[in-house]
Design a protein around this ligand. Structure first.
Ligand code: HXC
Ligand code: NAP
Length: 272
């Protein structure tokens, strides 16, 4: 774990900070002494995160918004400045997802997911980036990807296409904004045990087990494991890293060669 004062005097915005990975990152940043703004549609979830941060001695603000609405994104920036005076960190974590065959996906379904993940990430990065450039003190932007940005994502074409766009955005902004000392990175989680992902992508205990078995480390990841890596990437400890996308997936996306199922058993000559 990083020392408790690692993010002292830093102001961080976490979109989707009322649930799952966003909440875990918000709590961990606050533990490291950052002031945190959590922003999404459901105010009751955001207020719960703020309550928990305040209970551990931190300071936080809830801002209701839909990241697909540029005017609401601009308001999030104004409210953050009003409350905390500046912005040092943005985490683009908000996302939408559901399983659907490409040929069955409606135009609205495509737009909903691409609007949240790709457009929303750009609107937030643009609004916060402009503020960071004006402040002249640098900053950190971190986006949350998924490994299917590289591999393709059968069953989730909207999310895979949008995450691939966010990967390109990460590398593009890393170069464009390096001169302003703004570092732009990403985290690529594998299966992490959150309620949101479970509801959107895993309907049953059987599906859960199949995914678990596909991970060489044979388990789902935990939100805190992502939150700790996020804290490192938005802190000064990672000061020479930009344009990077750190995979945290227990090895799930690596080729498994003969170390899979029946093939592994055959390779061992039938013995365990
Ligand atoms: C087919 C669906 C659908 C489904 C919605 N739609 N759910 N189509 N199958 N399961 C269609 C609707 O019919 C509609 O199209 C269109 O999508 C918009 O739906 P709305 O409900 O009006 O959209 P909205 O209220 O904007 O909600 C967005 C959402 C929703 C993405 C659809 O699920 C949401 O808000 N999710 C947020 C939480 C979430 O998904 N978290 C998971 C993140 S985990 P029509 O044509 O009928 O009008 C994650 C893991 C990544 O990303 C990688 C793991 C490996
Ligand atoms: P989650 O709890 O469902 O998180 C999604 C968050 O996005 C919610 O807090 C939601 O809040 C917010 N959100 C959705 N639409 C929004 C909108 N239009 N405007 C503002 N906020 C919106 O799921 P999670 O697992 O923690 O996912 C977090 C991130 O990790 C996502 O980027 C996801 O793609 C990524 N990821 C997760 C996994 C996994 O296995 N868990 C794997 C790979 C990548 P509201 O409903 O309040 O708006």
């Amino acid at each position: 774990m990083l020392p408790t004062g690692t993010l002292k005097d830093r102001v961080a915005i976490v979109t989707g900070g009322g649930t799952g990975l966003g909440k875990a990152m918000a709590l961990e940043f606050a533990r490291l002494a950052a002031k945190v703004v959590v922003a999404s549609r459901k105010l009751e979830n955001l207020e719960q995160t703020v309550k928990e941060i305040k209970a551990q001695g931190g300071d936080a603000l809830a801002v209701q918004l839909d990241v697909r609405e540029p005017a609401q994104v601009d308001q999030m920036v104004s409210k953050t400045k009003e409350k905390f005076g500046k912005i040092d960190i943005l985490v683009n974590n908000a996302a939408g997802n559901f399983i659907c065959r490409a040929e069955d996906l409606s135009v609205n379904g495509w737009r909903a997911v691409v609007g949240i993940v790709l457009d929303g990430t750009f609107y937030c990065s643009r609004a916060v980036g402009k503020e960071m450039i004006a402040q002249g003190t640098g900053g950190n932007i971190l986006s949350i990807l998924a490994t299917y940005a590289w591999t393709g994502g059968p069953g989730t074409i909207h999310s895979a296409s949008a995450k691939a766009g966010v990967l390109a955005m990460t590398k593009t902004l890393a170069v464009e904004w390096a001169k302003y000392k703004i570092r732009v990175n990403a985290i690529t989680p594998g299966p992490i045990d959150t309620q949101g992902a479970g509801q959107a992508l895993l309907g049953s205990a059987e599906a859960y087990k199949i995914v678990e078995d596909s991970v060489p480390l044979k388990r789902f990841g935990q939100s805190i494991e992502v939150a700790r890596a996020a804290s490192y990437l938005v802190s000064d400890y990672s000061s020479f890293i930009t344009g990077e996308a750190l995979v945290i997936d227990g090895g799930q996306w690596l080729g498994q060669g003969h170390y899979v199922g029946e093939l592994e058993r055959m390779m061992r000559g039938g013995s365990q």
